[in-house]
Design a protein around this ligand. Structure first.
Ligand code: UDP
Ligand code: MG
Length: 315
């Protein structure tokens, strides 16, 4: 019998703890051919979240709790859950029930068909402010324009992931993980399921603007070296400008065109030329730093899906 692990990060979710547990349990206990565990991560809440979870865990031994010493953020909470989960399939879901747990059986069907990652794709997003929708849109578009991997739009962290993919992600030592990016980066057979995103059952969003910005910066910096290259492009542009100014002033000097002051011309040429050189040198240094950064993330160079006619256990 396969086991499913459900990972639920929670920060200040006292208003949704009970309904979250109830809905998940209803769905999961209806699945006759699976066992399951529920892993709740309390991300340093200062409200009643933890005590309510403890009460549930005292009655239901399928419930595991990890409690952080302070608020480390959503990605850290999910990362801790992934390390703890021991199921054959692992589901990540928000506590606020914006993503319907009722979709889990459908995800399992696709998993049984051989998909390693089944992710939820939001068709519509109900009850979210125009500001939230706008920032989300700007975020996904910027990330996709800058990033080196194709991160599917309008997907959150709601997904089912096969054990072996979780093992690969767990083995990556990088901090500041941007999990959506990583799950897309690892490859494997992936499939999306569309759904309407609901309103929060209760409480307010815990993703403040500053948390969103941090997530966006982790996403962009973790998956793209384009910002480094932009510096190089600016350098080339500066040098081009300096050459144009130089040619223009020489030509106008010799053919007696409009008399630019010699002082202005030489200062312009020197400033643009040398700032170009500086930006280009910065670019070279940035490329090296980029490589060091890449190495320090220590992501595997490749991930093998399967081997055929190769026996790894031979001596
Ligand atoms: N969350 C968390 N730590 C944080 C912020 C959020 O564990 O610092 C959890 C939160 O409890 C919820 C999930 O991450 O289960 C998504 O947060 P939220 O629903 O507030 O984000 P939104 O859906 O508005 O993007
Ligand atoms: Mg939410």
């Amino acid at each position: 019998m396969s086991k499913i692990s459900i990972i639920v990060p929670m920060y200040m979710e006292q208003d949704v703890v009970n309904s979250c547990y109830d809905r998940l349990t209803t769905v999961l206990s209806s699945l006759k051919s699976y066992t399951y565990e529920l892993i709740f991560i309390d991300d340093g809440s200062t409200d009643e979240t933890l005590s309510m979870l403890e009460e549930i865990a005292n009655k239901d031994f399928k419930v595991k709790i990890i409690s952080f010493s302070r608020n480390f953020g959503h990605q850290a909470a999910v990362t801790a859950g992934l390390k703890e989960a021991n199921g054959d399939a692992i589901v990540i879901i928000d506590a606020d029930l914006q993503d319907p747990p009722e979709l889990i059986p459908d995800m399992l069907i696709l998993w049984k068909q051989g998909y390693d990652i089944v992710y939820g794709k939001r068709k519509r997003r109900k009850g979210e402010s125009a500001f939230k929708l706008f920032t989300a849109k700007v975020f996904y578009n910027t990330l996709n324009a800058l990033s080196d991997v194709d991160i599917p739009k309008d997907t959150g962290d709601f997904k089912l992931v096969d054990r072996r993919v979780v093992d690969v992600v767990n083995a990556m030592p990088e901090h500041n993980k941007y999990l959506r990016g990583l799950f897309s980066w690892v490859g494997y057979k992936q499939k999306s399921i569309e759904y309407d995103r609901q309103e929060r059952v209760a409480g307010k969003t815990k993703y403040t603007l500053s948390k969103m910005c941090k997530l966006a910066s982790n996403g962009i910096i973790g998956f793209s070296s384009k910002p480094l290259k932009i510096v190089g492009g600016l350098g080339v542009f500066s040098i081009l400008v300096s050459v144009i100014v130089l040619i223009y002033s020489l030509v106008s000097y010799f053919i007696g065109g409009p008399h630019l002051s010699a002082g202005w011309t030489s200062i312009m040429v020197i400033i643009t030329f040398f700032s170009g050189i500086q930006l280009l040198s910065l670019w070279v240094i940035a490329e090296y730093i980029g490589k060091i950064y890449d190495e320090s993330k220590a992501r595997p160079q490749y991930i093998i899906d399967k081997k055929i006619n190769i026996d790894d256990n031979k001596t």
